[in-house]
Design a protein around this ligand. Structure first.
Ligand code: ZN
Ligand code: ZN
Length: 393
C-alpha cells in the first residue's frame, strides 16, 4: 500500500482509546517489513519498533493512534465505517506519516548511523496512553532516546510546519467534585445541609482564581462545565456534583490553581458545616514543553529542507498533549511540531475574509478533513528530516 492508501484505510477504520488493535497490527507489520525489532502490547495496545544501525544517537519518533467518539460528517469517499467513531483529530495522519518515515529511514540506512525508535502510542485523547506505556516498563523495552520527536496535524495551510519553543501546549486537568451535604425536606432546611447552596458558592468563588490569584501575564482557564444535583423541587439532595476543566502554561501556575481549587472547595464546605467534599482528578495532561535549543535546531533543519515560508511559529496552543511524558520520564528534550493539513486555497480565502474560525474545521470537528497531499508527504519528510538532524550522517 502507498502511504495515501494506508491513510485512507486508517481513516475508514478508526478505533477508540486503548482499542487500537487493528491500527497497532498494521504498524507492527510495517515495522517488521522495514527490519525493525518490534514490541507489541505496551500499555495495552502500544507498539514500538527499534532499528539499531551502528553507533550514534538514539531518536524516538512518536505517533498517537486513537480516534474520537464523533460521528463523521465530511462526506469523504473514505469516511469512517464505524458508527459514532471518527479520526477527527488526525491521528491517522500521524500513523501514516510515521509508517512513511519508518520505510524511508530503513531504505536509506546506508546514509545514517544510530538507533531509531518508532512509537505508536495508544489513547492520547483519553490522556492515559503515554503514561500507560511508561507504567508498562516502556524504557526497559526500548533504548532511552537523546531526543523525542513528534507532530500533530492541525488547521494551518497544508505542508506548513511550526513549533513553539518553550510551553507549547497547555496543561489540562479534569476534576470531579462531590459536595456532601445532608438531604431532607425542602420545607425544613434547618434539618439539612444544602449542597446546592455550597456548590453555588464554590462556582462563584472559583471565578476569582484566575482573576485574583494568577498574574495577568499568565494565561489560564478554570471552567465549571458540569453541575448536577437534586431530583425534585421540594427535596434538598444529599450531594451535588461539579465537573471542572482547567488549563495552564506552566507547572507552577497549574499547581497554584489546583491548590486554590482544593482550598475553596474545602473552605466552602466547612463554612456550611458540611463533611469534606470529594475531589477527584480524572484526566490529566502536563504542560507540553518544547526544549528551546532542540526546537531551534529542528526548525532550522526544516527551513533549509522546505524553505523559509514553510516554517512558522504557531505560538502556544490551548490544546493539550501527553507526548511530553515520554521525554520527561528520561530527561530527554522534546520537539513537537504542528503539521498544517488545511486546503491552502480555502485557508487563504478564509484568512482574507477573516473567517478561519468558521470556515476551516478544527481538530475534533465532524468536518475535520486534512488534505491528503501535500500533508502526508510533508509529514513524512518532516519526521525524516528531524530524525536525520540527530542521527550520525
Ligand atoms: Zn484530539
Ligand atoms: Zn490529537
Amino acid at each position: 500500500m502507498t502511504i495515501d492508501e494506508l491513510y485512507r484505510d486508517l481513516h475508514a477504520h478508526p478505533e477508540l482509546s486503548f482499542q487500537e488493535t487493528r491500527t497497532a497490527a498494521m504498524a507492527a507489520v510495517e515495522l517488521r517489513a522495514a527490519g525493525f525489532d518490534v514490541i507489541e502490547g505496551i500499555g495495552i495496545t502500544g507498539v514500538a519498533g527499534v532499528l539499531h544501525n551502528g553507533d550514534g544517537p538514539t531518536v524516538l519518533l512518536r505517533a498517537d493512534m486513537d480516534a474520537l467518539p464523533v460521528t463523521e460528517a465530511t462526506g469523504l469517499g473514505y469516511a469512517s465505517t464505524v458508527a459514532g467513531v471518527m479520526h477527527a483529530c488526525g491521528h491517522d495522519v500521524h500513523v501514516a506519516c510515521l509508517i512513511g518515515a519508518v520505510r524511508e529511514l530503513a531504505a536509506t540506512r546506508a546514509q545514517w548511523a544510530g538507533t531509531v525508535v518508532a512509537v505508536f502510542q495508544p489513547a492520547e485523547e483519553a490522556g492515559g496512553g503515554a503514561q500507560a506505556m511508561l507504567d508498562d516498563g516502556f524504557y526497559e523495552k526500548v533504548p532511552v532516546p537523546d531526543v523525542v520527536l513528534g507532530q500533530h496535524v492541525g488547521p494551518a495551510p497544508a505542508g506548513t510546519l511550526g513549533a513553539h519553543p518553550g510551553a507549547a501546549f497547555a496543561s489540562a486537568d479534569s476534576i470531579d467534585i462531590t459536595v456532601r451535604g445532608r438531604g431532607g425536606h425542602g420545607s425544613r432546611p434547618e434539618t439539612t445541609i444544602d449542597p446546592i447552596v455550597i456548590a453555588a458558592a464554590i462556582v462563584g468563588r472559583l471565578q476569582t482564581i484566575v482573576s485574583r490569584e494568577i498574574a495577568p501575564q499568565e494565561t489560564s482557564v478554570v471552567t465549571v462545565g458540569r453541575i448536577n444535583a437534586g431530583t425534585k423541587n421540594n427535596i434538598i439532595p444529599e450531594s451535588a456534583e461539579l465537573g471542572l476543566s482547567m488549563r495552564a502554561y506552566s507547572e507552577e501556575v497549574r499547581q497554584r490553581i489546583i491548590t486554590a481549587i482544593k482550598r475553596i472547595v474545602h473552605a466552602e464546605s466547612a463554612a456550611a458545616g458540611a463533611a469534606e467534599a470529594l475531589i477527584e482528578f480524572a484526566e490529566s495532561f502536563p504542560v507540553t514543553i518544547n526544549d528551546r535549543v532542540s526546537t531551534e535546531r529542528t526548525m532550522a533543519a526544516f527551513r533549509s529542507a522546505f524553505g523559509e515560508d514553510a516554517v512558522i511559529d504557531p505560538g502556544p496552543v490551548s490544546g493539550s498533549e501527553d507526548v511530553g511524558l515520554l521525554a520527561t520520564a528520561v530527561g530527554a528534550p522534546l520537539v513537537y511540531w504542528i503539521l498544517g493539513g488545511a486546503n491552502p486555497e480555502k485557508y487563504l480565502a478564509a484568512a482574507n475574509a477573516g473567517t478561519i474560525d468558521r470556515d476551516i474545521p478544527s481538530n475534533h470537528s465532524p468536518f475535520f478533513a486534512p488534505e491528503i497531499q501535500p500533508t502526508l508527504d510533508r509529514g513524512v519528510a518532516a519526521l525524516v528530516t528531524a530524525c536525520r538532524e540527530w542521527l550520525r550522517s
